[in-house]
Design a protein around this ligand. Structure first.
Ligand code: GAR
Length: 207
């Protein structure tokens, strides 16, 4: 059985593309069954349509508040029987409505080595701080901003000659590698959350 994945994206959708490609090529036992964006012109929606996947735009401005907006997103995800929600460049803080509907079933990718540089512009923050290494993090989502238990991370060097764009590009390459990998581990039932830690069990169920 393939894990039913719903992706929320606000923009370009290159992580969405990496996930869809991994599914299509059979590298992960999952399928993207719906893509939802809060932004009308998100290229992610076009990518989904090109792949024959339902692409929905749900505008937060059309709702009385965050709770009502998230309820609409949850209803759409449930309609497609989504089992795992993947945030892929989704530029909103997820609230209680969505987390209660999908407990320990919402994951996110962030372009920095959390807990360093959460929030917006992780790559710019790393560059301005002067770190020699940065990277990306896939984590479970909780009500904080990029604070949930960490599933996978990848490290890249930061060079003196880097700009925000060159660093972002180097990090993105790793994002496209570890996001599908994290979904694979989830789909195989190998992630166990213990407090702040996520233990990765081997295929026999041993951590
Ligand atoms: C990615 O770098 C992702 O890590 C980042 O937005 C970009 C989306 O690119 N997400 C965040 O900063 C979330 N706080 P994409 O639309 O091409 O996947």
């Amino acid at each position: 059985m393939l894990l039913r994945v719903g992706v929320l994206a606000s923009g370009r959708g290159s992580n969405l593309q990496a996930i869809m490609d991994a599914c299509r090529e059979g590298r992960i036992p999952a399928q993207v069954v719906v893509v939802i964006s809060d932004q009308e012109n998100a290229f992610a929606l076009q990518r989904a349509r090109d792949a024959g996947i339902p692409a929905l735009q749900i505008k937060p401005e059309s709702f009385a508040g965050k709770q009502e907006y998230e309820q609409a997103v949850v209803s759409a995800l449930k309609k497609y029987q989504v089992e795992l929600v993947c945030l892929a460049g989704y530029m909103r803080l997820v609230g209680k409505t969505m987390l209660d509907a999908f407990p320990n079933r919402v994951i996110n990718i962030h372009p920095a080595l959390l807990p360093a540089f959460p929030g917006l512009h992780g790559q710019r923050q790393a560059l301005e701080y002067g770190v020699r290494f940065s990277g990306c993090t896939v984590h479970f989502v909780d009500e904080g901003c990029d604070t949930g238990p960490i599933i996978l991370q990848a490290v890249v060097p930061v060079f003196d000659t880097d700009t925000e764009e060159t660093l972002a590009e180097r990090i993105l390459e790793q994002e496209h590698r570890i996001y599908p990998e994290a979904i694979r581990l989830f789909a195989e039932g190998r992630l166990r959350i213990e407090g702040r830690r996520v233990l990765i069990e081997d295929c026999q169920g041993e951590a």
